[in-house]
Every structure is written in C-alpha cells, then in structure tokens.
Design a protein around this ligand. Sequence first.
Ligand code: PLP
Length: 359
Amino acid sequence: MTVYNFSAGPAVLPRTVLEKAQSELLDYRNSGMSVMELSHRSSLFEEIIQEAENLLRELMAIPENYQVLFLQGGASLQFSTIPLNLARHKKALYVNTGSWSQKAIEAAQQIADVTVDVIASSEDKQFSYIPDIDPSSIDQDAAYLHITTNNTIEGTAFQTIPNAGTVPVVADMSSNILANDYQVEDFGLIYAGAQKNIGPAGLTVVIIRDDLLNDEAIFAPMLDYRLQAKNDSLYNTPPTYAIYIAKLVFEWLQELGGVKEILAQDRQKAALLYQAIEKSTLFSSPVAEDSRSVTNIPFVTGDKELDRLFNEQAVKAGFENLKGHRSVGGMRASLYNAFPIEGVQALVDFMQAFEAEVK
Ligand SMILES: *Cc1c(COP(=O)(O)O)cnc(C)c1O
C-alpha cells in the first residue's frame, strides 16, 4: 500500500534525498565515516555547512547583509531568543494569528524588561483569517513587529508582508519557508524550525539582518545572535546530521528549479484540494478564502462523528497524519514542498468516495 504522509511536522522528505543519505550513510565521500561521525570542525563537515548556507542564500536570494544561522532549540526557543536579543528595554509588537503566535507572545511577555503590544488579532473568529494591520498602530520606536507568516494549525498565511516603516518585521516562517514569494529584504529576521519544509527536527534556521545583531552580550551565550554569527554557527556542536540532510534538500530544490518552481507546484497541489472542498457538499474549509495557506489545509465535515470516521478510514487507506490539530479538530492536509501531487489526487478521490458512501 502506498503511504502518503500529511504530517504537519516532522514531515515528508523527498525520497531522492533519503536515498542519497542512505547511499552515503556508512561512508561519506570515501572518508570511511558517516556524516554522523564527523567532527564538526572537520573540513568535510565545514564544506557541508558552508554549502548548506550557500544554497539557502541562493534559493531565498538572501542579501549579503544578512547572516544565516543554524541553531537548535526549535522555533519555540526563538520565541524567547528574539525578544532577549532585540527588545530589551523596548516595546515589541505582535500580530496574533493563532496558536504559534500566541506562544511567541507569551514567551516575550515572560521577559521582564520587554513590553509586548499585540496590535492585531484574528482571535474573534477562531483565527480563520489574517487581520488587517493599521499602519498607524505601528509605533516607529518599537524593536520589531512579529508575525507568523503561515499558521500551521489554523491554515492561514500572510499573502503580503505588512509594511512596518522602519520597524523590522520578524517572521516565524516555520511552515512556509521556501514555499512563498516573500522577499527577504522585507524582513529584519526570519526563523524556522527545519522539520516542516527543510529537513529533520533539531535544526532551526535564523536569517538576521546585520544591524539587528545585538551589540551587547546576552547573558546566555547560546542565545546570543552576535556570538553565534561570529562563530559561523559553530560556537558549540551544531546538529550536524540535520544540517547535512537540509543541504541535500536544498540541492534537491535547486535541481527542481528553485522556489519559484516549487511554489507553482505547491499552488497546484493546494488548488486541487481546495477545489475538491469547494465542490463537496460534505467537506468545507474553515478558512477565509483570501487568507488560505498553500502548505496547511484544514477541512471539516461539521460533524465530529463523521470526522472521526473519515480519519479512521483514511489511515486504513494509507493516508497518514490527516487528523486535525487537537485544538481545531477535523482534518488537516499538510502539503509541504516534498509532498507529491499524486498524494493530493489520491486524497481527493478518497474524499469523493467517502462522501458518496455517507450521503
Ligand atoms: C511547528 C511550528 C513551531 C514550533 O516549532 P518547534 O521547532 O517545534 O519549536 C512554531 N511556529 C510555527 C509556525 C510552527 O509551524
């Protein structure tokens, strides 16, 4: 049975990447060692991390005046690291678009000398849309404006990046990095846990504009962007194997034609599923049409028992991890870059068969 993995993260990886990793697992480039066994100070590993950075720079067209950091602790550690580095004794602005934004807000609120101001929210309608941001609500003295570009759980995404004037936009891009047409220049800082669209869990990518690197040391060296940048992400042992897999994913993406090409494919995949939902009299989308994500697509029947039955039958048919997040219910298809369109077509066929059966 073909298995299609709709997991929101850790998520599906390109098969060719896994095969390449398998072929190199025991003996990386005739070294007689696995990448997992290489010193992070060895020239072989230095090539890997440098190449990973170069590829990501090319794929995202990251300007020279931005640092690329390969860190640990997940996107969640960045929720604290960002205000610690950027907003002490200052105000930090947040847009609340769902569970992950809320966690970022709560983490910033824990830091005594940071003032958190939530300037827009879509909580009034269960985070089913992306709120407008009133430019006059953006205090030009604020340290940054934080947004979650793609709301993994709720299935919404920013279609355009708010113009915050001189206030840097900080973005949690965990679930749509490399799957959007945003411009890096529009952000001061971008961060993403790798396990959605980049590679295995354990790696966190941070892209930060030089002028935002703190000039004072942070009390915890591991959380200090300046120190991490100065050490080229090798202040301590980085997640070496995860960085290696990320490099392979970047190579795969580049061979495929880069972000523009994959985004066209992602949009095609998303359209296939959204059209099926629109046509259906059983399934519906809880997300406002102008706010929809291409990577995470929730849908519901409106009947908890039918949702449960659908999820149960889906697993039996080889559709893994379709169950919606426990906070939202229903179903959610995560269609990251490595997810094949055949899997979306198979899901659509399965949904139609299910609908015919229960109607
Ligand atoms: C998954 C996710 C997170 C949490 O990432 P961790 O790496 O598990 O900390 C944060 N924000 C968004 C948007 C996510 O999708």
